[in-house]
Design a protein around this ligand. Structure first.
Ligand code: NAP
Length: 344
């Protein structure tokens, strides 16, 4: 049966999105077919669409993050059955352990086709079970943003009860970091360009907040809140334009999870020596592995952590969802609903 699929189409400088139909392929022995119920967008999908990193995605199906239900399994598949509800893993090949560069050839919606389709075929080890209480909309938000926050704080950061965490902005990764940290009993400092978003962050448990647009010295506000000690963990989604201030307000012996490029791909604006002077760990983070995804979902199941969805677009309206993400109006996640398939 043909199913709908969005693909990137190259124009002179960037990409457009094209909707078409594709015929279902046959499954290999270890593959599964998933009817996609919902897809969520990440800033990375905008980087691809706008060609900000010069990556060739011509003809590629966008989006790493999707959830749905298995509708067919290959002849050798034993761990899944028809009807199981799953989400895809960002890096299909990164099962556990240290990152290896070969995994970059297995990233959904980047080097290989992603989830923005009626159905996708993945390897049986490239998916995980979603938390049972979540709708497809909610489960679709987990593979990149939530796992990045979890992997930064819990796996690499050994997040402890009572520690302090700084999250920059209120996009997908940052709001999940706030929820994960709060659920671990950490005190979370949130920055945003919007006072109304800061009120929403407080409702989710933020300990203190500052508007980084009206208060350019947000690093000083963080220091003041921590009696000049600084925070134990920084969720650094900004990149070169914010690293200097993050270094100013991280605690001695703390961790900066270097995640994002919201201020660009250029070099940092300052010396990196404060990292040395303060004995700070700068952790390069690229999402996380399947084993961590499974552990995170168990935690979310236990704590009933509800992903924060700002707005849901219909499948046919996918380009509008990208535009909305680019506008920066969202708090948390932007979702594309595959109405025919989803369970929500
Ligand atoms: N390394 C990884 O594994 C990984 C995984 C996921 C994402 N990322 C990267 O992490 C970043 C965030 O991704 P996302 O998907 O969460 O993005 P997103 O949902 O699009 O978040 C955008 C939000 O970031 C905030 N922001 C923008 N510029 C900022 C600045 N200069 N200082 C502080 N906050 C700023 C704004 O929040 P306010 O509106 O509240 O101001 C904006 O709404 C991106 O660069 C993305 O590429 C990396």
């Amino acid at each position: 049966m043909p199913g709908r699929v969005w693909t990137y189409q190259k124009t002179t400088e960037k990409y457009n999105l094209k909707l078409s139909n594709r015929v279902s392929a046959r499954l290999a022995d270890h593959q599964i077919r998933i009817a996609i119920g919902a897809v969520s967008l990440n800033y990375r999908d905008l980087i691809a669409l706008k060609n900000k990193a010069g990556r060739n995605v011509d003809g590629r199906v966008p989006a790493s993050d999707g959830a749905g239900r298995i509708v067919e399994v290959g002849s050798a598949v034993r761990q899944w059955k028809v009807g199981d509800r799953v989400a895809g893993c960002f890096f299909q090949s990164w099962q556990s352990g240290r990152f290896e560069m070969r995994h970059h050839k297995q990233d959904l919606g980047g080097t290989i086709d992603g989830m923005l389709a009626d159905e996708v075929i993945l390897d049986e080890n490239g998916v995980i079970t979603v938390p049972s209480f979540m709708t497809d909309h909610q489960a679709s938000t987990l593979p990149c943003a939530a796992l990045t926050a979890w992997y930064s704080l819990v796996v690499r950061g050994n997040l402890a009860y009572g520690s302090t965490v700084l999250v920059l902005g209120t996009g997908g990764v940052s709001v999940f970091a706030l929820q994960v940290a709060h659920a671990h009993g950490a005190k979370v400092f949130v920055t945003s360009s919007s006072d109304s978003k800061l009120i929403r962050a407080e409702r989710l448990g933020a300990w203190q907040t500052v508007n980084y647009r009206s208060n350019a010295d947000w690093d000083k506000a963080v220091l003041k809140a921590t009696d000049q000690m600084g925070v134990d963990h920084v969720i650094e989604t900004g990149g070169p334009g914010t690293l200097e201030k993050s270094m100013n307000c991280v605690a001695a012996g703390g961790q900066i999870a270097q995640i994002g490029v919201l201020t660009g791909f250029g070099p940092p604006t300052t010396s990196l020596f404060p990292l040395v002077a303060r004995n700070v760990r700068l952790d390069g983070i690229y999402v996380g592995h399947r084993e961590a995804f499974i552990a995170m979902n168990q935690f979310f199941e236990q704590k009933k952590i509800q992903p924060v969805i700002d707005r849901v677009f219909s499948f046919d309206d996918a380009p509008a969802a990208f535009d909305y993400l680019e506008s920066g109006q969202h708090f948390g996640k932007v979702v594309i609903s595959n109405e025919g398939n989803n369970m929500s």
